[in-house]
Design a protein around this ligand. Structure first.
Ligand code: ADP
Length: 384
């Protein structure tokens, strides 16, 4: 494909050097390059390596004449579609026009050449060539776009399958709970336990539905941040409280190393806590039981830097650039048993960015663990 700034080539073929120079002088303009050949053989050689928008062929040449050259051009895939204008002198040529058309001529120009006619004909073919290039570029763009859409569609279908699976588990558990409650209504202790289990399933279901709604709200630019001046320490505390059950359920050792000096954010406390809690939940989820999870926070360069680290399964190299994409999940049968939809980190990233912050996977190694870093702009004295 010719780039926009690559000159467009015109092939000029004439056995007389002075004719070639005269043609070149007539056609010369920005963005055009004239490839000059003194014989049919030279022309064919040039055509092997150059794309050409138009060929101007002198008919009468010693050796291979213009018509023979045209026949060769029509015979080769690369040069078959190049428009040809024959330059003819004298009546003998005119009688041979028919042969010219058979060889695929597009046009004839009578010698002596009229400058305006030559220029206007050449510009028609150059325009056509440019349009063809444009169409080819658009075709390639459309093909790439279609590939992208197919990939997105595939991911969406995979996501729907995972979503179905994720929704089925709590729904089945709720169904079983209801069934047991009906059958064992008389046993109050058992009923209490069943209700507690059903409660957990409802919380889990609500979380899935909330995440899905959040993603679609962000997608439509409809998410509303309820910003207020808040202490970073307070939000981190909320997050830890929210994730405690997950961390404890896996018997992880949790440590927090939170900055001593107060730092304030202009942020939506619920959303920031959601971000950190999501990272803590992932750390708990993707770390084998009895692991270590650490939350660290510090202030650096006008930003609060919040690190969530674990010593869990880690993220494979090839997935590192993708995990913040919607529906991205590491395809690993060992971890697939974990619940999840692959939307958590995409949501976290968007929430962080809505706050003018960034999120990154600072480091991760298989079976060594991962560290995610969130940076959020701070306000107030600590900023200095
Ligand atoms: P999910 O709902 O699948 O947990 P996320 O968007 O939260 O979705 O995470 C995307 C993927 O990134 C996960 O499926 C998992 O493979 C990987 N991942 C996220 N956090 C961690 C972590 N702390 N350790 C290892 N892998 C992780």
């Amino acid at each position: 494909m010719t780039a926009a700034d690559t000159p467009i080539n015109i092939l000029l073929v004439d056995d007389l050097e002075e004719n070639l120079l005269a043609l070149e002088a007539l056609l010369q303009r920005d963005g055009l390059a004239c490839l000059k050949a003194r014989s049919g053989e030279d022309a064919l050689e040039l055509l092997l390596v150059h794309d050409v928008a138009l060929a101007l062929l002198d008919v009468q040449m010693p050796g291979m004449d213009g018509f023979q050259l045209a026949e060769f051009m029509r015979g080769a895939e690369r040069s078959r579609h190049i428009p040809i204008v024959f330059l003819t002198a004298g009546s003998a040529d005119i009688q041979r026009r028919f042969r010219g058309y058979e060889a695929g001529a597009v046009d004839f120009i009578q010698k002596p050449i009229e400058t305006d006619i030559l220029k206007s004909k050449a510009s028609v073919f150059i325009d056509l060539y440019q349009q063809r290039l444009q169409i080819l570029t658009q075709r390639d763009e459309l093909a790439a776009y279609a590939d992208e859409l197919r990939a997105v569609d595939r991911r969406k279908n995979e996501f729907l399958a995972v979503l179905g699976h994720e929704l089925r588990n709590p729904v089945m558990a709720l169904g079983a709970g209801l069934h047991l409650l009906t059958k064992r209504a008389a046993d109050p202790e058992m009923a209490l336990e069943i209700r507690a289990q059903m409660d957990r399933q409802v919380v889990h279901l609500s979380r899935i539905v909330d995440d899905l709604l959040d993603i679609s709200r962000i997608d439509q630019g409809k998410i509303e941040l309820r910003k207020e001046r808040i202490a970073l320490q307070t939000v981190l505390q909320f997050a830890v409280e929210a994730s405690r059950p997950q961390i404890d359920a896996h018997r992880h050792l949790f440590t927090a190393d939170i900055l001593a000096a107060p730092a304030s954010l202009d942020a939506d406390p619920t959303r920031v806590a959601q971000v950190v809690s999501n990272l803590l939940n992932n750390a708990a989820k993707y770390t084998p039981a009895g692991g270590q999870i650490r939350l660290a926070a510090r202030v650096r360069g006008g930003f609060a830097e919040i690190d969530v680290s674990d010593n869990g399964i880690g993220i494979p190299d090839e997935m590192r650039s993708k995990i913040f994409e919607l529906f991205a999940q590491v395809k690993n049968p060992a971890t697939r048993a974990q619940d999840g939809l692959g939307i958590g980190l995409a949501l976290v990233k968007q929430l962080v960015e809505l706050h003018g912050g960034t999120i990154s996977l600072e480091c991760s190694a298989p079976n060594q663990g991962s560290t995610f870093r969130v940076r959020l702009p701070i306000v107030g004295e600590a900023r200095a």
